[in-house]
Ligand binder design. Structure first.
Ligand SMILES: *Cc1c(COP(=O)(O)O)cnc(C)c1O
Length: 360
């Protein structure tokens, strides 16, 4: 068996311990004679899996009973519609557009009401987070929306916006469980799990319970109502059982690692290694302003498209996979999620140093 260092932005690297455990349990899950993929979602066995997953997630992220934890399908992208369908009572919402995912969410909301773009960093290809201390938040806005970590551009809100009392909704797909967060700052927080937690095809939505009502926009499909999902323990229909099972294992792995504050320290250490090198390099440089740098997604360029292509080719040949930047940005991007070991980043930086020497 040979494993590469996988810098994919998502689906992405998972802890090897989790994969090995899943392999071990593949044919016969804990003596029941079948795999988790084959078992009824109404079985006792699966009940235990989903209940433990939720309990471990709540414990890790310190989620109180004021919030529902929902395991939903349709990825983060379906939440772009679910949020306005469930929250847009006045048909007004304010969006801060800091990248493609925020832009898509904003465009989707415009299908349902007045979606105001109250700030944006598109003028400089989303390379920074705008000042959000005193934005023109709409009087009648149902919520203010952000994408907290911008996967493609590599920026992160290190301070949440001043929403002037309005509800904050955040897409945290690419920074989910990478550090502690205070759920009380959010009305809804959600993330697709394939960036930092598990396999693709599921989103975890943490929704404040008083926001879960039957009062959705007219025509909201049953499946899209948070109430349907909350009333049925995320099992109104067949959930993504195997994904819930793997996420549950990742939660246990995170707990064993020491929890989210330990993950934050580890992630800071990994990111510092790479950013320090980028800041000192004469060949490579980061593409976003320093204050807004993400700990999870690190885009960088040489400034020469041919040199970028040469680097990507050489890196791939040396076992550094998925290092090519997003098609809309070019250059390179290293996604260094929770499951990427320090050694992986160290090996990448050493490889970059060698490459720089040879191409000086
Ligand atoms: C990947 C990503 C999405 C889209 O996730 P899907 O599960 O493919 O819908 C949305 N938002 C952010 C921040 C992402 O990184």
């Amino acid at each position: 068996m040979s494993r590469v260092y996988n810098f994919s932005a998502g689906p992405a690297v998972l802890p090897e311990e989790v994969l090995l455990e899943a392999q071990e349990e593949m044919m016969d899950y804990r003596g029941c004679g079948m795999s988790v993929m084959e078992m009824s979602h109404r079985s006792k066995m699966f009940d235990t899996i989903i209940e433990e997953a939720e309990a471990d997630f709540r414990e890790l992220a310190n989620i109180s009973d004021d919030y529902a934890v929902l395991f939903l399908q349709g990825g983060a992208s379906l939440q772009f519609a679910a949020v306005p369908m469930n929250l847009m009572k006045n048909r007004v919402a304010d969006y801060i557009v800091t990248g493609q995912w925020a832009k898509k969410a904003w465009q989707e909301a415009a299908l349902f009401g007045k979606a105001n773009k109250i700030a944006s960093s598109e003028d400089k290809t989303f390379s920074y987070i705008p000042d959000c201390s005193d934005l023109p938040v709409s009087e009648d806005a149902d919520y203010v929306y952000i994408c907290e970590n911008n996967t493609i551009y590599g920026t992160k809100y290190w301070k949440l916006p001043n929403t002037k009392g309005k509800l904050l909704v955040a897409d945290v797909s690419s920074c989910f469980l990478s550090e502690p967060f205070d759920i009380n700052n959010y009305g809804i927080l959600y993330g697709g799990v394939q960036k930092n937690i598990g396999p693709a095809g599921m989103v975890i939505a943490v929704v404040r319970k008083d926001l879960i009502t039957d009062d959705c926009l007219p025509g909201t499909p049953t499946m899209m109502k948070y109430k349907t999902q909350a009333d049925n323990g995320s099992m109104y229909n067949t959930p993504n059982c195997y994904c819930i099972y793997i996420c549950g294992k990742v939660f246990k792995w995170l707990k064993k690692m020491g929890g989210l504050s330990v993950m934050k320290e580890r992630n800071e250490k990994k990111a510092k290694l790479l950013y320090d090198y980028l800041d000192s390099s004469k060949l490579f440089h980061g593409t976003v302003v320093k204050e807004d740098r993400s700990l999870m997604n690190v885009p960088f360029v040489t400034g020469d498209a041919d040199m970028d292509a040469k680097f990507v080719k050489a890196a791939t040949a040396a076992g550094f996979e998925n290092i090519k930047g997003h098609r809309t940005v070019g250059g390179m991007r290293a996604s260094i999620y929770n499951a990427m070991p320090y050694e992986g980043v160290e090996a990448l930086v050493n490889f970059m140093k060698e490459f720089e020497k040879e191409n000086a």
